[in-house]
Design a protein around this ligand. Structure first.
Ligand SMILES: [Mg+2]
Length: 476
């Protein structure tokens, strides 16, 4: 069971003659449009990301600084789009099963839209996936399966991949787009101005139906509660908002988190706590044969979570699954046993990808470092459960019975809390009370929907939004 490799080919070579200025460099959410498009492709999990540049090549390339993108230069960009297509396709490695071809001038196409193209392709097994508006108008970006790459590379002129639509009607799957405005391209300065006015709204507090909240750096730092803690829980209680406290940290049991909160004056129960060990056990319980033999690497938390779901824990003589949580008593023998089992076909599940763990005297190896050793010895990529992977948040959504688009993610880390939320299409709020500093935001490809100093500031904004909507209700 592994994720297919889907690449992105961003076609950014054009000269923007109708626009009068290089569209690739138009500002969008604080960065050049080309960087925004590359960030959306990365957020959607597309890899590799190939960018074909031509007009203004140097400036466009430097706008991509810091992004993990392969930039190719099309010196013949004036001849039309086909030369760029050909160049982009030629750079795709053999493992790529399909590629999404994106123009650079559709700023409202976000990671969620790109994911839906991939999902549509997986569900319909079509060779070409084309977004289609309500009136049947076809748009871009378009996904092509690998078997079309050779033909794409041989097109000529400025028609692009559309030439293949007519040729292969049976291979084409239309993906209906509810809001065709998403596909609008920046064709004129007026269109750009109109799109700027439509930029993603700030958080819609009134629409929120649930909250997934990180703990370390959000609720507390070490043993010290952070500002706004009590008000936050009071607000959730008052509004009857379902919530899950979700953490990658599996070194404590849910009972221990409940106890820690009780010391801070917050009454909650284990139903509100979800750590990555519990989520890993839940993940397995939904997929494995009941009672299947599991070889665990990890502390009491993960062992208890697995045992309570009916799995038979083994000493490594046999196992259908190897589940790796953080193990402070890790030995070479355990790694050797897990390596043999995984190499013999046991499923490989990792609770979280955290490479380090903060200790009093500095950073120590986290679960991700232990998992990395097993990846090296087996060449097998595990199913990752914790943030930014999807299973932990998906489990939280199932527990609350809420949908991603109305469930707010609150966290202090861009690369785990916020990235994981954005990948699932959840609204996100970053708090600056933990790991992330404000000066890291401009350079990051991960853009939360809102940023607050701490929980107190978030609670304030939430309460103010309610006041505003009551006031506007009075006016109208
Ligand atoms: Mg945190």
């Amino acid at each position: 069971m592994s994720e297919p490799t889907i690449a992105a080919v961003i076609l950014a070579a054009g000269g923007s003659t109708r626009f009068g200025a290089p569209k690739q460099l138009l500002p969008w959410q604080g960065r050049p449009l080309i960087a925004h498009v590359a960030d959306m492709a990365w957020l959607a999990g597309l890899s590799p990301i190939v960018v074909v540049v031509g007009a203004e090549a140097e400036r466009v390339t430097s706008a991509l600084a810091g992004r993990d993108a392969l930039v190719l230069r099309n010196y013949r960009w004036r001849e039309g789009m086909s030369a760029s297509l050909s160049l982009g396709v030629a750079a795709l490695p053999p493992a790529v099963e399909a590629a999404v071809f994106l123009p650079v001038d559709q700023p409202l196409v976000d990671a969620r839209f790109l994911r839906s193209l991939v999902t549509h392709w997986q569900q319909h097994k079509a060779g070409i996936v084309v977004p289609v508006g309500r009136e049947g108008q076809r748009g871009t970006p378009v996904l092509f399966a690998r078997r079309f790459f050779a033909e794409l590379a041989q097109l000529s002129g400025d028609i692009g991949g559309r030439a293949l639509f007519a040729q292969y009607p049976d291979e084409r799957a239309a993906m209906p787009v509810a809001d065709p405005d998403i596909l609008t391209d920046v064709d004129t300065p007026a269109a750009y101005e109109a799109l700027l006015a439509r930029q993603a709204p700030a958080l819609e507090w009134g629409a929120l139906k649930g909250v997934v909240c990180d703990m370390d750096g959000v609720l507390w730092r070490g043993e010290t509660p952070l500002p706004g803690l009590r008000d936050f829980f009071a607000l959730l209680e008052e509004r009857q908002i379902p919530h899950i406290l979700a953490t990658n940290n599996a070194s404590k049991t849910p009972e221990q988190y409940v106890e820690k909160l009780a010391h801070m004056g917050i009454v909650t129960n284990t139903g509100h706590v979800l750590d990555s060990a519990t989520a890993a056990a839940d993940y397995l319980a939904m997929r494995a044969t009941p009672g299947a033999p599991v070889y665990p690497i990890g502390g009491p938390g993960i062992r208890e979570a697995l045992r309570s779901r009916g799995f038979a824990l083994t000493e490594g003589d046999r196992a259908a699954y190897v589940v790796v949580g953080w193990d402070r008593d890790l030995t070479w023998q355990k790694l050797a046993t897990a390596t043999r089992l995984i190499r013999n076909g046991a499923g490989f599940i990792a609770a979280n990808p955290d490479r380090t763990f903060p200790m009093e005297d500095g950073l120590a190896p986290g679960n991700g470092a232990q998992v990395a050793a097993l990846i090296a010895s087996t060449s097998v990529t595990p199913v990752m459960v914790g943030k930014p992977a999807a299973p932990l948040y998906e489990r939280a959504l199932v527990r609350m019975g809420t949908s991603p688009e109305t469930t707010l993610v609150i966290g202090d880390r861009l690369d785990t809390d916020i990235l994981g939320g954005l990948r699932l299409g959840m609204p996100t709020a970053l708090l600056l009370s933990g790991i992330t500093r404000a000066d890291e935001l401009p350079a990051s490809p991960v853009h939360p929907d809102a940023v607050f100093d701490d929980l107190a500031a978030l609670v304030q904004a939430w309460e103010n939004s309610n006041r505003e909507s009551r006031e506007s209700a009075l006016i109208f």
